[in-house]
Design a protein around this ligand. Structure first.
Ligand code: GAR
Length: 219
């Protein structure tokens, strides 16, 4: 089967993009990263992509008078690289409904919470402050509403008693780096079917572990 051609959109560090690049370096992986696009010329991830011989492109939103013009330039570029799927990986620009609908079911995003909880920014502070015992990360299809859309995969991370936003973010990021390649593999191997607002995974595992925080055996 031909590999799915993926463009990864980043805005800064790009560690999730790196995890996708590493996964795709396996010859058996069903997707390939054909481009890394950033709205920020200073994004550190661009260097990593270039070093891995991946085409990079900066389309700086500040060079455009409107979101529509910015996105029109992105679309022109994506047509030249013949992309099947967009993976948003720390891309911190909101995309218009026009763009999202044009790419419907062909844009994935990773978000550092268990959606639909804690959409938006300052996610870790808000998760700790809420008193929730668990948070985590989510890979989902993108819909026009921010951090919304059918959920493909989630990883759960406990919130610890003495947690700080930075410590929690670091533990979640570790799981993000496992989760995004898993979700991309499922999508690229055509095992993911969207049914309304839900995603069903063909031959998905029927059982999953129960996580309890604090653990049951606490004395
Ligand atoms: C990641 O934690 C990602 O989940 C988050 O930004 C970080 C980017 O890190 N994305 C969002 O908050 C989107 N709503 P990275 O540049 O190292 O991948």
């Amino acid at each position: 089967m031909a590999k799915l051609k993926v463009a990864v959109f980043i805005s800064s560090r790009g560690s999730n993009m790196q995890s996708l690049v590493r996964a795709c370096s396996d010859p058996e992986f069903p997707a390939e990263i054909v481009s890394v696009l950033s709205n920020n010329p200073e994004a550190a991830g661009l260097k990593f992509a270039a070093e891995h011989s991946i085409a990079t492109r900066v389309i700086d939103h500040r060079d455009f008078a409107s979101r529509a013009e910015f996105e029109a330039e992105i679309n022109r570029y994506l047509e030249t690289v013949k992309v099947d799927l967009i993976c948003l990986a720390g891309f911190m620009r909101l995309l218009t409904a026009d763009f999202v609908n044009r790419w419907r079911d062909r844009i994935l995003n990773i978000h550092p919470s268990l959606l639909p909880a804690f959409k938006g920014l300052h996610v870790h502070e808000r998760a700790i402050e809420s008193g929730a015992r668990f948070t985590g990360c989510t890979v989902h299809y993108v819909r026009p509403e921010m951090d919304d859309g059918p959920i493909i995969a989630q990883a759960v991370v406990p919130i610890l008693q003495d947690d700080t936003p930075d410590a929690l973010a670091a533990r979640i990021l570790e799981q993000e780096h496992r989760l995004y390649p898993l979700a991309l593999r499922l999508v690229a191997s055509k095992r993911v079917k969207i049914h309304g607002s839900r995603v069903l995974i063909e031959n998905g595992a029927e059982e999953s572990a129960v996580l309890i925080n604090p653990p049951l055996d606490i004395s």
